[in-house]
Design a binder for this molecule. Structure first.
Ligand SMILES: [Zn+2]
Length: 427
């Protein structure tokens, strides 16, 4: 199954090439760094190459999201992580040992697969395929020149990005953004994601633009915020999260986001960055990004797109470009098919669960004595630290996140700190 495609680089881009990236004005002139339809083809090919287990049946729909790595030197693009899914567990099922996945939406699955890919890339940074290089001066890792990361999804992220404004006139996010002509059957112009109530009289389903929401769904309400909100957080703090942040010189951002299906470019831009543009945020390391948004040709349709006749698939797939267990199927945040005796153990948990990603963090840091020393100067046995302690070592990340919660994400849900208090030896 082909996984790589040639990138057509517009000659005019090469004139304006800066620091291994393509300048924004130049990007606007080209069709795309990698054309949207080619991204679609690459991601669907990857999805089709995976076995049937965990994919929707003919009566079911799902969302497919992928992260793509492009290399402008070798002119190659490849999918490095893939996720499907539309489910989320209720607040009553949260796990204090980090064994169960709270959020199994495709975007989150793909991002967690990407975290596995980054850990593997740090540990194998000397291999040809690693997107990272070791920086002797900082003792950390940098993304190699010419490498960029891109996001693809077959659906607008749930929450704010699915609200299509009916008003006209001043909602243009930036000059040059074309208003999407919505086809008559484009009815998915509201979100089922719920507002985070200021008081008991607030209508949770009110379609206020730009608001933080929890994910849609029936049953006991989830504490997971919508994918629009998560993507918008990654668009400032980076996709790498607090733990991998420790290893990197700079945060990792998506250079482009591509969508197939009925997606409004204006709504995606608002959800991702437009709603925060007037708020100031002072951080040396983290900056609000304005990645390019690409919409695929309308005739390109994902086989399992949402329709009125189909139900959401209960399962999620996650695949990452790593050696060990690259593919897993999740149901209700747990590994599908896990035996009862293993259900509450680390060996029964998904590789993208908190506990396994924490395990990856500890073993990756163990392989970096100088970095380990700078974060744990007085600790001989840092294996005994809790997940929460590890997260809080990423001080710059945490202080930026606190600032964001004050100025941007005031209504972000609060989960019990108990959920972060586990150690690896608790398993
Ligand atoms: Zn979602």
């Amino acid at each position: 199954m082909p996984e790589r495609i040639r990138i057509n680089i517009n000659r005019s881009c090469l004139v304006n090439k800066r620091n291994g990236h393509y300048c924004r004005s130049c990007m606007m002139e080209t069709t795309s760094f990698v054309p949207a339809d080619q991204i679609f083809k690459l991601c669907i090919e990857k999805f089709n190459s995976l076995p049937r287990t965990g994919k929707p049946t003919t009566n079911e729909w799902t969302v497919l999201s992928c992260i793509i790595q492009c290399d402008s030197n070798s002119k190659n693009a490849k999918v490095i992580s893939l996720g499907t899914g539309t489910k989320c567990i209720g607040s009553d099922q949260l796990c204090e040992k980090g064994l169960i996945l709270n959020d199994s939406h495709a975007e989150v699955m793909a991002r967690r697969g990407f975290l596995r890919y980054l850990y593997a890339s740090i540990r194998n940074y000397l291999s040809d395929g690693s997107p990272l290089a070791y920086n002797e001066q900082t003792g950390k890792y940098s993304i190699k020149n010419g490498i960029s990361f891109h996001f693809f999804s077959t659906h607008a992220p749930c929450g704010d990005a699915t609200i299509v404004s009916k008003s006209t006139g001043d909602e243009e996010i930036e000059p040059g953004t074309k208003k999407m002509k919505l086809s008559p059957e484009f009815t998915d112009n509201f979100t089922g994601a719920k507002l985070i109530a200021a008081n008991e009289n607030t209508d949770l389903m009110s379609q206020d633009e730009g608001a933080i929401r929890t994910k849609p769904g029936r049953g006991i309400r989830t504490l997971s915020v919508s994918c629009s909100d998560k993507l918008s957080r990654w668009n400032i703090l980076g996709i790498q999260g607090a733990l991998i942040n420790i290893f990197l010189d700079k945060p990792v951002y998506f250079e482009t986001l591509t969508f197939s299906g009925q997606v409004s470019e204006i709504s995606v831009k608002r959800a991702l960055y437009g709603r925060w543009r007037k708020v100031s945020f002072n951080s040396e390391r983290y900056k609000l990004q304005m990645p390019r948004i690409n919409i695929c040709s309308p005739d390109l349709k994902f086989e399992f797109e949402q329709t009125t006749e189909t139900d959401p698939s209960p399962a999620s797939i996650v695949w990452a470009d790593v050696q060990e267990k690259p593919l897993e199927v999740a149901v209700s945040g747990k590994r599908q098919g896990v035996t009862k005796s293993k259900r509450n153990t680390i060996s029964g948990a998904l590789r993208i669960s908190k506990v396994w990603l924490f395990h990856e963090f500890v073993s990756t840091l163990s392989s970096q004595p100088s970095l380990q020393k700078s974060f744990y100067p007085n600790s001989d046995d840092f294996h005994k630290i809790t997940y929460k302690e590890a997260k809080f070592c990423s001080e710059e990340y945490q202080s930026a996140w606190n600032l964001l919660k004050t100025d941007y994400f005031q209504n972000w849900t609060k989960k019990s700190e108990k959920l972060l208090d586990f150690k690896l030896e608790d398993r």
